[in-house]
Design a protein around this ligand. Structure first.
Ligand code: NAD
Ligand code: MG
Length: 395
């Protein structure tokens, strides 16, 4: 029988890689594709839906329904648009869901998909950062298996197979360090969006690429690791590894380290999540150690990259400080992209909003619901906007 699958964020960087893996692993003959989603790129969405004979294609943008319908004409594929249609699609039961929308917009979709069992392949790290406890509880209640797609967390997940959790001493997240790994703060102050977009090793969406340059991406991944693997904050370490070949490591109580290595290609983690609990052949490059010759490691610097320090503060708090952190980070990135604030201001803004909303975040405690998360997300974005306005006005 064909496995039922849905892919949310199919037109993005992870999404396109997911479609490529699904096609490589048998395409429409092996998978019954229930829903694919995108936002602006309706032509690509329609093309993907046709290639995989999807039942339904959904664009998050309600203004593009007509365009999507036209692009699907004669295919028999149903078209839908808007946030409500997206949630309805995510509620359709499937065996495997890829959650690869970017940003907090992916949270509601992850939660819906967690509500119908099967495997939830999670690329949208924001879901865990904003509402880790809620997502994990939803998965537990519906017997949904959460399989991480972020390469670091896939590495840790793989290294933990067959191990007892009480034997885990620490996890070590590797970080490329981004394009400004060795830059001084003075030099970083002048960085433009175009410079920040160019990741040295991975080809990814614009937002995560810039988050890698500030190391906000690694900060998010520290929080993501805490939520996924039930770790204490001081069990989570970050090490700079410029080659991005060691995807991350687990340290055990006997001093042993298990590392997962591979090419810097997201199809590896996506394929692993698709075939889990099995391993199947994937047509990726094989590592050539003689050609690589060396793997370097260096300490990560929380002074030049304050996002790492802020992540530690967030991990120490219960409640919804992760949701505040993410919303302020997304707002800061929006402001940086339009030139309203500078590269280094992003962390200053996030720290300001985290401080201001600490009482509200703590008050949420445990047992919060989606509405509480979305409310605090809105508040944090509004507060970020005020900071940006005051900043721009003062210049
Ligand atoms: P991307 O920007 O390339 O793609 C985003 C996708 O989400 C697109 O399909 C877009 O149409 C859709 N989308 C955007 N806003 C939407 C909205 N409001 N409603 C509905 N759909 C919307 O992003 P990406 O780089 O593929 O990243 C996706 C997620 O995966 C992010 O959470 C990112 O942190 C995570 N991730 C990405 C990579 C990578 O290699 N790119 C690696 C690890 C984790
Ligand atoms: Mg990652």
């Amino acid at each position: 029988m064909r496995r039922k699958v849905s892919v949310f964020g199919a037109t993005g960087s992870v999404g396109r890689n997911t479609i490529a893996v699904l096609e490589e692993q048998g395409g429409a003959e092996a998978f019954e594709v229930v829903a694919l989603s995108g936002a602006g790129n309706v032509a690509l969405l329609a093309e993907q839906a046709r290639r995989l004979s999807a039942r339904l294609a959904v664009t998050g943008d309600p203004a593009r329904l007509g365009e999507l319908r036209a692009a699907l004409e004669g295919s028999g594929i149903e078209a839908a648009a808007g946030p409500a249609a997206l949630l309805a699609a995510a509620s359709e039961p499937v065996d495997w869901t890829m959650s690869a929308i970017v940003g907090a917009a992916g949270l509601s979709v992850s939660l819906r998909a967690a509500g119908h069992g099967g495997v939830l392949a999670l690329a949208n790290k924001e879901s865990l950062v904003c509402a880790g406890e809620l997502l994990r509880a939803t998965c537990a209640r519906h017997d949904t298996k959460l399989v991480p797609v972020d390469s670091e967390h896939s590495a840790i997940f793989q290294a933990l197979r067959g191990e007892e959790s009480r034997a885990v001493e620490r996890v070590i997240l590797t970080a490329s360090g981004g394009p400004f790994r060795d830059w001084t703060r003075e030099r970083m102050a002048t960085v433009t969006p175009a410079q920040a977009r160019a990741h040295p090793n991975w080809s990814m969406g614009e937002r995560i690429s810039i988050d890698s340059a500030t190391m906000f991406n690694k900060a998010m991944e520290m929080i993501e690791a805490r939520e996924l693997f039930d770790l204490a904050p001081d069990q989570i370490e970050v090490i700079i590894h410029p080659q991005s070949i060691v995807h991350s490591m687990v340290g055990f109580n006997d001093g042993s380290i298990m590392a997962q290595l591979g090419p810097s290609d997201m199809r590896g983690a996506i394929g692993f999540a698709l075939n889990w609990p099995e391993r199947r052949p994937l047509a990726l490059d094989r590592l050539d150690f003689a050609a690589l010759a060396r793997l370097d490691f260096a300490a990560a610097d929380p002074v030049r990259f304050p996002a790492l320090r802020l992540a530690r503060a967030v991990m120490r708090e219960d409640g919804l400080s992760g949701a505040v952190f993410n919303a302020a980070k997304e707002a800061a990135l929006d402001a940086f992209l339009i030139g309203a604030i500078g590269f280094l201001d992003m962390a200053i803004l996030v720290e300001h909003v985290l401080d201001k909303l600490a009482p509200e975040a703590a008050q949420a405690g445990t047992g919060y619901d989606l509405e509480a998360v979305l409310d605090l997300d809105t508040t944090a974005r509004r507060m970020s906007g005020l900071w940006v306005a005051a900043y721009s006005g003062g210049r």
